[in-house]
Design a protein around this ligand. Structure first.
Ligand code: HEM
Length: 500
């Protein structure tokens, strides 16, 4: 009896003790060890706080910064990422940050950023199934931005812009909120690109993804005690799970419909749009090319997240910048008229739009996505002189570099497209990796061509018909929700051109 009692008490106690040791190991020992390793190599940062890391401070600082009104200036770094801004000032261009228990090495030194972009190649030459897996999906995405498909995309973009402009005809002289208008436009374009003929179903998926992005960005810096989070999930987490399931179900439904058509002989392939290519890969018998259903759904999500919001924001900020810089608006319009007259934009002309390219670059420098995607290295890696322990996230900070006065000069916060007149290399004083609006190296943006032609076509067609001014109702309030968005939209007023 005595022995049994001991057993009954000792077994749960031992389990508890093991769990406690594991918990302290993961949540205290490992972070402190990583902090020590990086500190000893000269990388400092805000100290690790048990479980929560630095997220509470970040949330607090962002809330405070966003609550203050601001004038129409482009010095937005202290507002949209105040915690990162203050860390760079305090600890230097490269520092260690704690996203809860996850260590993030933030880098904004061009040399390190260049090295980081190419760590991937070393992995490819070494081994790494993960890399090969990612490469398979990249190849697929690259396949749709070529030749015939690109031509069809140009025509689809023109048709979508035309629909938007038809609606605008009734709004001349009145206020239009363009962030919302461009949301509709870019959703239609990305839905047609990704889902082709099934684009209406694609738009429903997008609606869910959009809600998911809002829920996720609301919780980017929230950290909970893991056991409590598991026991009682916060309502946002429940909503996010429900949305993720809805997206998965909808994509599976579209996939099934296309498969059925092939089985019944109503179609002889799964389609040549992005989804069609993904379904082909899903059915591939060669294991090296095969995608799982989970991968397929993830790819559709990435495509939407990466391809809609980015162009939506770029177009909206460009319109604001042109509305507030009449001289550049006029220069851009003159170029468009010289190249296209009143005709629809053609491929050859799109590549000749030099002023427009300068304006795109300058807009992305000031209002582009503020961070690259984090990379996690599963094993110890060397980055420049640093030796980084395994499982550390590395994040390149575009925003730090794109607003560094040492690189761009004292007028760094001004909208001056002329800095790009002789190309990116000259604008950055030949500092490689100083400007990476579409990312760098092998993992850079696969949608760059689509993003560029979509932006050029939309802007050209607007400038061919209207002059744009800012409405007195506009309140400047950039806010980070994955990309940088205008919190209250961008209200403009259109006046028709005489030649229109
Ligand atoms: C103004 C528009 C856009 C900007 C500024 C932009 C920028 C970026 C950046 C900075 C990255 C991360 C690269 C890195 O971490 O090294 C990226 C990745 C990506 N972008 Fe874009 N992007 C834009 C439009 C698009 C469009 C239209 C699509 C698709 C149709 C797209 C698809 C992707 C994908 C799939 C990735 C992930 C690449 C990978 O991890 O291999 N992007 N983009």
């Amino acid at each position: 009896m005595d022995g049994l009692m001991k057993f009954v008490i000792l077994v749960p106690c031992s389990f508890f003790l093991v769990a406690l040791i594991k918990f302290l190991y993961d949540y205290l020992w490992i972070p402190l060890r990583i902090q020590h390793i990086l500190n000893s190599q000269g990388i400092k940062g805000p100290p690790y706080k048990f479980i929560y890391g630095n997220n509470d401070e970040a949330t607090q600082m962002t809330k405070e910064a966003l609550s203050k009104p601001m004038a129409l200036t482009h010095d937005i770094f202290p507002r949209v990422q105040p915690h990162i801004y203050s860390c760079i000032n305090r600890y230097g261009r490269n520092f260690l940050y704690w996203d809860g228990v996850r260590p993030e090495l933030m880098i904004s030194e061009p040399e390190l950023i260049k090295e980081e972009a190419y760590i991937f190649i070393n992995k490819l030459l070494g081994n790494g199934l993960v890399t090969v897996e990612g490469e398979k999906q990249r190849k697929l995405a690259n396949n749709i931005f070529h030749g015939e498909t690109l031509k069809e995309m140009r025509l689809a973009i023109i048709a979508s812009v035309e629909t938007m402009l038809k609606k605008w005809k009734g709004q001349v002289g009145k206020e239009i909120e363009v962030f919302h208008e461009f949301k509709l436009l870019t959703t239609e374009v990305i839905s047609r690109t990704a889902f082709g003929s099934s684009y209406l179903e694609g738009e429903k998926i997008f609606e869910m993804l959009n809600k998911l992005s809002i829920v996720l960005s609301r919780n980017l810096s929230n950290t909970g005690i893991p056991l409590f989070v598991k026991l009682q999930k916060p309502s946002d987490m429940l909503e996010a799970e429900e949305l993720a399931k809805g997206i998965q179900d909808s994509v599976s439904k579209i996939v099934k419909t296309r498969e059925d058509k092939v089985v019944k002989g109503e179609a002889d392939n799964f389609g040549i749009d992005f989804l069609g290519l993904l379904i082909n890969a899903y059915h591939d018998t060669d294991e090296n090319n095969k995608l799982s259903l989970e991968d397929l759904v993830d790819e559709c999500k990435t495509f939407y997240f990466a391809g809609q919001d980015t162009v939506n924001s770029l177009l909206a900020w460009m319109v604001l910048l042109l509305a507030s810089h009449g001289d550049w608006q006029e220069k851009a319009r003159r170029e468009v008229m010289e190249i296209f007259g009143n005709q629809y934009p053609n491929s050859e002309g799109l590549s000749k739009l030099k002023i427009m390219t300068m304006i795109i670059n300058e807009t992305l420098r000031l209002y582009g996505p503020s961070n690259g995607l984090p990379r996690t290295e599963a094993r110890e890696v060397q980055l420049g002189k640093l030796v980084l322990p395994a499982n550390i996230d590395i994040l390149s900070l575009n925003i730090g570099l794109h607003r560094d006065p040492h690189l761009w000069g004292d007028d760094v916060h001004l909208f001056k497209p002329q800095r790009f007149a002789e190309g990116i290399a000259k604008a950055t004083n030949y500092t490689a990796a100083a400007f990476f609006h579409f990312g760098l190296g092998p993992r850079s943006c696969v949608g760059m061509t689509l993003a560029t032609i979509e932006t050029k076509i939309a802007l050209s067609m607007i400038l061919q018909r209207y002059t744009i001014t800012i409405s007195p109702a506009y309140v400047h309030s950039p806010i980070p929700i994955l990309t940088i968005r205008p919190r209250h939209g961008i209200q403009i007023i259109l006046e028709p051109l005489h030649s229109c």
